[in-house]
Every structure is written in structure tokens, then in C-alpha cells.
Design a protein around this ligand. Structure first.
Ligand SMILES: NC(=O)c1ccc[n+]([C@@H]2O[C@H](COP(=O)([O-])OP(=O)(O)OC[C@H]3O[C@@H](n4cnc5c(N)ncnc54)[C@H](O)[C@@H]3O)[C@@H](O)[C@H]2O)c1
Length: 355
């Protein structure tokens, strides 16, 4: 073979290999991903979606709120994201890891008001430790669970990503701060990131074996399901005099399987070179608390026992996402987020749990 032919054949091989590698990554077939908080509600659904897309998943979860049975098909490291030795060991033993999906954290807004330091410690300090190790390991995709709570009490609905970031509680603050940490870290060290600002995650996996299991539970749909079968007392509707069509708060409910799908697209997008940024994830449609209770009653076949109470401080009347940016950038659209599918899937899972 002549020198030119030899070089041409190497070049052709290299182009072929690169094309295959790029298309495998872009096609979502081969990244090795660390999923923190993977044993939790949204994390466990996302692990399953990542595996279905062909990725290798390693879960890091301290099981403070997670359920190991939900990730028994994956490698699970039990540990704290704030423990630098643990995180470094995960990278050295399981590397090379290409992307990090960061779900781990505390989630209960009211607790964040009572225990702000615990929230900053876990949601910000521990997370910054993870970011540090991720940067040192050359991570090319860091996907972070942010929240609608970063917007506080927004005046305009539906909420765009460019709306003011004005959280009104330590939970929202801790998430907004980590978004800024990630932006600063990218400027300094070049680690691509994406903050996904979820609105109300809800529903359960269609297989019936994954669902929402928080302790304490503060989310309306699981509480309503528990009330309707008398596993708990009558539900309190906090505030019936809001400036909404029926006087109760309006929220944007996004099915957890749709969220999981968005995460797969997000990490694959970053690995394929998409730019960093923050995106809303919701449906763009609001449902009032009363509508949710009616829908739960219809699915279960019994009305949800409830009483009316005063407004809770810090509850905005309405929180509805404008998610058109993520839809247009990633070709995503919610498939499971109509109320009937949300509530039927949650009910199916809860029946399996409660017998
Ligand atoms: N559920 C929602 O409606 C919602 C809405 C917006 C944002 N989020 C965010 O999404 C993420 C996941 O929420 P979720 O509902 O699945 O919560 P979850 O409580 O079910 O899951 C969180 C997981 O993180 C683990 N964890 C907590 N602290 C840890 C630590 N220091 N080290 C390792 N693991 C730790 C827990 O054991 C749990 O498995 C959270 O960051 C939350 O703030 C959730």
C-alpha cells in the first residue's frame, strides 16, 4: 500500500469509527451515566428510561428517601453525594463515566423553611462537591433537577425560562444557586450542563412497579388517593379564594415518564454537543386543586373526602410552564400527561402497593 493509500485508509477507518461512535452516542446507545438520587421517584423512572435507550446506569443514593428495590437492575452505590471520597471512588471504580444526572436532594418546601441549613447543605454544598468531582473527571454532560420553585411568585403565566428568578423559600433558593454554580463552572472549566425545571411531577410507570412514594408525602395526587380509600384523614384544600376559575390553586402536572424521556433527550443532547441552559418541563396546561380531586374521584369511583382551609403562605395562585423551548429544541412532547393517564397510572401503582 502506498503511503497516500495507507493514510487514506486510516482516515476512512477513523471517519467510520468516529461516525459510529458519534451516532451511537447521539442515538443514545452507549453512554455510561451516574444517576444520583436514582432510587427516588423521578430518578428511578429516569434510570429505566436511560437503560431502555441503551445507556449504562450507575446509581449513587444514600437511601435517605430512596427505595433500593426500584433500582435492583442497576449497580447501586449507597452513599452521600456530599462525601468527596465516596464520589471520587465511584468515578475511579466505575469510570469512565460520561454524564451525570443529579436528582439527589431534599424536596419538601415547608421543611426547607424550618431547616434551611439542612437544605443548603444537601442541595447546594453536597451538590457542589459532586460538581467538583465531575469537573475533575472531564464530565461532558451534567443534567440537574431544578424546579418551578426558582420562579417564586411569577406575575406572568405561562412562565418562560427568561422570567425573573426570585425564589421565595430555601428550597427554591438552593436550586437557583446550583444553577448559577453550574453556569460559573462551565465558564471556568467548560462542563456542559442542563437544568430541567420541573413543574408538578406525578403519575407512575405504566408497568405498575414504580411510583411516587415520599415520606412524608406532600403532593396532591398521592394524598388524594390515600384520602379516597381512607388511608388518611380528609384532605385539606388550602385556599378557595384565589383569583382562579374555581378559587383553588392551579398547577401544571407533568407525568414522570414524560420527565424521564426529557432527561434521556437532555443528556444525549449535551453529549452530542448541544449548548448548556435551563429548560422548563411542564405541559402548558393548568389544573386546579378542585379539578384534581374531581379527576381522582372519577378514576377511583368515589369522591375524595376533603375540607376547605385557609391559604398557605407562599402558595402562588397559578404555576404553569411554557415548555415550548424544550419542545422545539429537542422534539419532545408530553405523551402521558393528560389527567386521566396521570391519575389512572398513579392509582394502579398505589393499588399494587397498598393491596
Ligand atoms: N417531585 C417533584 O414534583 C419535583 C418537582 C421539581 C423538582 N424536583 C426535584 O427532582 C429531584 C428528585 O425528586 P423526587 O421527587 O424524585 O425526590 P425523591 O425524594 O423521591 O428522590 C430523591 C433521592 O435522593 C436521595 N438523596 C437525598 N439526599 C442525598 C444525598 N445527600 N446523597 C445521595 N442521595 C441522596 C434520596 O434517598 C432519594 O432517593 C429532587 O432534586 C427534587 O428537588 C422534584
Amino acid at each position: 500500500m502506498t503511503r497516500v493509500a495507507y493514510i487514506a485508509s486510516i482516515t476512512t477507518d477513523w471517519v467510520l469509527i468516529s461516525t459510529v461512535v458519534v451516532s451511537l452516542v447521539v442515538g443514545g446507545l452507549m453512554a455510561k451515566l451516574l444517576v444520583t438520587g436514582g432510587a427516588g421517584y423521578i430518578g428511578s423512572h429516569t434510570c429505566r428510561a436511560l437503560a431502555a435507550a441503551g445507556h449504562e446506569v450507575i446509581v449513587l443514593d444514600d437511601l435517605s428517601a430512596g427505595h433500593p428495590a426500584t433500582v435492583d437492575e442497576f449497580e447501586l452505590v449507597v452513599g452521600d453525594v456530599g462525601d468527596a471520597d465516596v464520589v471520587k471512588r465511584v468515578f475511579s471504580r466505575h469510570g469512565p463515566i460520561e454524564g451525570v444526572m443529579h436528582f439527589a436532594g431534599f424536596i419538601e418546601v415547608a421543611r426547607s423553611v424550618r431547616e434551611p441549613l439542612a437544605f443548603y447543605d444537601t442541595n447546594l454544598v453536597a451538590a457542589t462537591n459532586l460538581v467538583d468531582v465531575a469537573v475533575r473527571n472531564g464530565i461532558q454532560a451534567f443534567v440537574f433537577s431544578s424546579t418551578a420553585a426558582v420562579y417564586g411568585m411569577p406575575e406572568m403565566q405561562p412562565i418562560l425560562e427568561g422570567s425573573p428568578i426570585e425564589p421565595i423559600n430555601p428550597y427554591g433558593n438552593s436550586k437557583a444557586m446550583l444553577e448559577r454554580v453550574l453556569a460559573d463552572v462551565e465558564r471556568a472549566h467548560g462542563m456542559p450542563w442542563m437544568a430541567l425545571r420541573y413543574f408538578n411531577a406525578c403519575g407512575a410507570h405504566p408497568d405498575g412497579d414504580l411510583g411516587e412514594d415520599h415520606e412524608p408525602e406532600t403532593h396532591l395526587i398521592p394524598l388524594a388517593l390515600a384520602a379516597v380509600i381512607e388511608r388518611r384523614d380528609a384532605l385539606t384544600l388550602f385556599g378557595t379564594d384565589y383569583p382562579t376559575p374555581d378559587g383553588t390553586c392551579v398547577r401544571d402536572y407533568i407525568h414522570v415518564v414524560d420527565l424521564a424521556e426529557a432527561h434521556v433527550l437532555a443528556v444525549e443532547g449535551l453529549l452530542a454537543g448541544r449548548p448548556s441552559g435551563a429548560y422548563n418541563l411542564g405541559t402548558g396546561e393548568g389544573h386546579s386543586n378542585r379539578e384534581i380531586l374531581d379527576a381522582v374521584g372519577n378514576v377511583v369511583g368515589r369522591p375524595v373526602p376533603h375540607v376547605e382551609g385557609p391559604r398557605r403562605p407562599g402558595d402562588p395562585a397559578e404555576l404553569v410552564a411554557d415548555s415550548t423551548l424544550f419542545q422545539s429544541d429537542f422534539g419532545w412532547s408530553p405523551k402521558y400527561s393528560d389527567l386521566d393517564t396521570i391519575i389512572s397510572s398513579a392509582w394502579n401503582w398505589h393499588q399494587n402497593q397498598w393491596g
